[in-house]
Design a protein around this ligand. Structure first.
Ligand code: H2B
Length: 119
């Protein structure tokens, strides 16, 4: 597989997934992470996450809603956590296959784009 870029991921669209897609290996996921360097792979290599801080509670909630809209557009949904009054943790995994798929990295790159537009 060619090394993905943030740009190519942002131009891609999530493919509806109800199973039948191979789980990405740790090495494949690490390749995708070069295009999404703000994200971390967990120990089991079945989830990536990113932490984001906002300046107050309302801005954190607005961010959660922006990500929710993006997720609905993509048809692929992160697990969103408000971890403090202005802190957000975003977890991405493909529930249907119990691990990571390209969809997770497409949504990660699009969230990065949304966050850089906000800054
Ligand atoms: C058909 C549709 O693509 C699936 O139900 C999607 C919806 N959003 C999803 N989001 C995530 N994170 N994992 C999934 O397996 C998943 N499945």
């Amino acid at each position: 597989m060619n090394q993905p870029s943030a740009e190519s991921l942002c131009q891609s669209k999530c493919v509806p997934c109800e199973g039948g897609v191979p789980v990405l290996s740790r090495v494949e996921s690490e390749g995708f992470l070069t295009a999404a360097p703000h994200w971390s792979l967990n120990g089991d290599a079945n989830m990536i996450h990113r932490n984001v801080a906002r300046t107050n509670f309302v801005e954190a909630m607005e961010l959660l809603n922006e990500i929710a809209q993006l997720a609905e557009t993509e048809g692929h949904h992160p697990d969103l956590h408000l971890t403090g009054y202005c802190k957000v943790r975003i977890d991405l995994t493909t529930h249907a296959i119990g691990g990571l798929s390209e969809n997770d990295f497409i949504v990660a790159a699009k969230i990065d784009q949304l966050l850089s537009a906000d800054e």
